[in-house]
Ligand binder design. Structure first.
Ligand code: MN
Length: 387
């Protein structure tokens, strides 16, 4: 019997993960149908993609572009909506089988919640969803029988290593990190790095927000929190190890001491394809790893003194409640300020630390509590930057 095509909603279709998702779909057009495309502000590319893939629905985040997008797609029988709230609504459509959440930052959180509450299958590239509300999402996933498949390369690696291991306990996991462009730099040098230098990542080609997060190691901190919720671990079972070659994407250590690692050349299409077709592995034409090109795979301990964001993320995980939500909000404001030359590289950590210490603590935050915490943290952080 022929299987029905899976209908996908791609949230963030004009970003790096969105584009790579469409490139994979291009190779398997009989298996996946593009049902919904959403973009925040890149209206021209969204229009081009809509004309090519003929989705049922498109959403443009920025409402002022609605008329232009709608007019451009007038003759194509495509429904056009605008605004962030519409993104969270369209994922609830019955016609959607799988959602690729490739939104950036907090904007991915409410769409994840909506999708989970409809029991959908979610390919999650938006790690901030689990940073902001991991406990709540985990509880809702259970209640509504939703499924989350990680797209983050480290978590995809762990997920792949856990195939067939459902009844075996994890002793610990090692999340690998490239260390970013400033690995090995001392405090004084870090104080003076520019945004241009921070935007040059040695191994991965990504959007600006995650590239800065990789340079500060906040990205790895978020991944520790993400792993805590995806795999049901405690903070002390999650270790970060610097691995500059980015060949081993992460490692699981089981109770018998045995370790499984997943390796490949760094390319996000691997994790994206794994999530879209799970549990099957599809044939891809991605470049194959030649061991002889990497005669040395090296490992180092992360420098938590100079890259304090990683230590702050462990602290936020330990504090629990709404603190990781505040951590994320403060980080978004700090990264924005760094990208507009209003704060230095190291000041980002000072601002974030002050915010997570001063935010009103809520032990078991509801959805409304998390929305309010995000607002409060943004307000506080913005004030610290002005003063
Ligand atoms: Mn990652």
């Amino acid at each position: 019997m022929e299987q029905r095509k899976k209908n996908i909603a791609i949230l963030g279709c004009t970003g790096s993960i969105g584009l790579q998702t469409l490139e994979i779909i291009d190779q398997y057009p009989d298996q996946i149908n593009v049902e919904i495309l959403t973009a925040n502000q890149n209206k021209d590319l969204l229009i081009q993609q809509a004309i090519k893939y003929k989705p049922n629905v498109v959403v443009i985040g920025k409402e002022e572009y609605y008329t232009e997008v709608n007019d451009s797609l007038f003759s194509y029988d495509i429904k056009v909506y605008a605004g962030e709230a519409s993104i969270a609504q369209v994922v609830e459509m019955d016609s959607v089988d799988i959602i690729m959440n490739a939104l950036v930052g907090y904007s991915g959180f409410l769409p994840t919640i909506s999708a989970v509450k409809k029991g959908k299958l979610i390919a999650l590239a938006n790690k901030e969803s689990l940073v902001v509300g991991g406990a709540l999402i985990k509880q809702l996933v259970k209640e509504y029988r939703s499924h989350i498949i990680p797209v983050d390369s480290e978590h995809s690696a762990i997920f792949q290593c856990l195939a067939g291991e459902a009844h075996n306990n994890i002793e610990k996991i090692y999340l690998t990190a490239s260390g970013g462009p400033f690995r090995g730099m001392d405090h004084n040098s870090l104080a003076n790095v520019s945004k241009e230098e921070a935007l040059k990542h040695p191994n991965w080609n990504m959007g600006p927000k995650i590239t800065i997060d990789s340079a500060t190691l906040m990205n790895k901190g978020f991944e520790v929190i993400e792993a805590r919720w995806l795999f049901g671990l405690k903070g002390d079972q999650i270790e970060v190890i610097i691995h500059p070659q980015s060949i081993i994407h992460s490692i699981v250590q089981f109770e018998d001491g045995s370790m499984k690692a997943q390796m490949n050349l760094p390319n996000m299409k691997g994790p994206i394809a794994y999530a879209l077709f799970y549990p099957e592995r599809i044939k891809t034409d991605l470049p194959r790893l030649n061991f002889l090109d990497y005669p040395k795979l090296t490992f180092e301990i992360p420098d938590l003194k100079n890259f304090r964001n990683l230590a702050l993320a462990y602290e936020a995980l330990e504090s629990g409640g709404n603190i990781p939500c505040a951590l994320n909000a403060a980080n978004e404001i700090a990264v924005d300020a760094f990208l507009s030359n209003r704060v230095g590289f190291l000041e980002m950590s000072d601002i974030i630390e002050k915010c997570i210490h001063e935010i009103t603590f809520i032990h078991q935050p509801s959805l409304e509590d998390l929305v309010r915490t995000d607002e409060e943290a943004r307000g506080r952080t913005t004030k610290y930057i002005r003063n």
